[in-house]
Ligand binder design. Structure first.
Ligand code: SF4
Ligand code: SF4
Length: 384
């Protein structure tokens, strides 16, 4: 047993990192796989993932004298309660219901780094990363024994499932490495079968452009019409391919208070959220990862979820949203009204069309109106 490693492991546990492993700072094997993934367009509009592809395969591009990488995992999982009433409600990914994990974990990483310099070696050089390093962090974590790259492309740990954040400390410290984790997906394909938008072109490969997480968080503009129905009631991220994974069956609730759900976020009240103004949104999501898509992105998603709800109570808030200052919100509200149909929806769409100047919104309204009227718009806007 290496004393320095055990001291660091104990400190990491004290700081809330349930998973801990070490791998040498050697080049990674996954660069070719990653380059192919980018070349196939599966990164969508996430341009930051397309840069520095060569550098991603070697942590020494980040810390030239690096000798090891400490890989860490922090649980975040929170149960999703059943809705308490029959109002139209959305779903919100478990990882994002509390405070922004970047902020939470960064503080802990710096505390661990300070500990390493104080207790192990004051001359250490290195850097800490949480979801921010341009490196293939899941391969690093797999090599450090934290888990295997599952067919759903999440890192899966036999004991703790996949609901954890990854973080790394790349440094000049030499530590004995851990055994790499091995694949335990076997013949299972549950995640691929359950994905509502068919986002896995093959096992272990995610086409982010089709993934609800990408569509609701990363995508800045309009959600492709063909994928809107598949989004169901998700308004921020999606947990389906993790929830169905047998390795998450016994996952424990995170004890980290910062990841506890903010009030109303576990099962968002879609009607209420459609009316969030800028101030209410900022109050609700201060220091939350949900700031990323901004109010207009979240309300775009809410409009889609209301359109998918099949609930007549969704019509009035969507009619109000036709007046939203954001064209993105107005356009998706029009789509939602097209899905729900009915006289009030169509009268409001016609009235808005007379005043609307944005070309994309006009096109959305015209498609919604063409989805006449005991039927609903199909994915490409044709009458079903
Ligand atoms: Fe599919 Fe949801 Fe998993 Fe994305 S997060 S791959 S949409 S199941
Ligand atoms: Fe692997 Fe099955 Fe989990 Fe998918 S659901 S990641 S195939 S074990």
């Amino acid at each position: 047993m290496d004393k320095a490693k055990e001291k660091i492991r104990a400190k990491a546990r004290e700081l809330g990192f349930a998973l801990f492993g070490v791998t040498p700072a050697d080049p990674l094997q996954g660069a070719q796989f990653y380059a192919r993934w980018v070349a196939l367009g599966y990164a969508g509009a996430m341009d930051y993932l397309k840069r520095n592809i060569d550098k991603r395969a070697d942590v020494r591009a980040l810390v030239p004298a690096a000798r090891s990488v400490l890989c860490l995992g922090m649980d975040y999982w929170q149960p999703t309660p059943e809705a308490v009433d029959d109002r139209p409600r959305g779903r919100f990914a478990a990882y994002a219901r509390g405070d922004d994990y970047h902020e939470v974990i960064k503080g802990r990483l710096f505390a661990l780094w300070d500990f390493m310099r104080e207790e192990i070696d004051s001359d250490l050089q290195g850097r800490v990363y949480v979801d921010t390093a341009p490196v293939l962090e899941r391969e690093l974590a797999q090599r450090a024994g934290l888990g295997w790259w599952g067919k759903n492309t999440c890192l899966i740990n036999k004991r703790r499932g996949s609901h954890f954040f990854l973080a790394e400390i790349v440094s000049t410290l030499v530590l004995p490495p851990d055994e790499p984790a091995t694949d335990h997906c076997g013949t299972c394909t549950r995640c691929m079968d359950a994905c509502p938008t068919d986002a896995f072109p093959e096992p272990y490969v995610l086409d982010a452009q089709r993934c609800i997480s990408y569509l609701t968080i990363e995508l800045k503009g309009s959600i492709p019409r063909a994928l809107r129905k598949g989004m169901g009631d998700w308004v921020y991220g999606c947990d389906i391919c993790q929830d169905v994974c047998p390795w998450n069956r016994r996952v424990a609730q995170s004890s980290e208070p910062a990841y506890r759900s903010r009030p109303g976020v576990e099962r968002p009240d879609l009607i209420e959220w459609m009316g969030l103004d800028g101030e209410a949104f900022n109050n609700m999501f201060r220091r939350s990862p949900a700031k990323r898509p901004k109010r207009r992105g979240v309300l775009r998603n809410v409009a889609v979820a209301l359109g998918n709800s099949g609930d007549a109570r969704a019509v009035p808030p969507l009619i109000d949203a036709l007046q939203d200052e954001e064209a993105l919100v107005r356009g998706h509200a029009a789509w939602g009204l097209g899905q729900l149909g009915g006289e009030a929806a169509h009268a409001a769409l016609r009235a808005r069309l007379a005043a609307e100047e944005d070309v994309e919104v006009r096109a959305e309204i015209e498609r919604a109106l063409s989805a006449d009227h005991g039927g609903r718009a199909t994915d490409d806007g044709e009458v079903s």
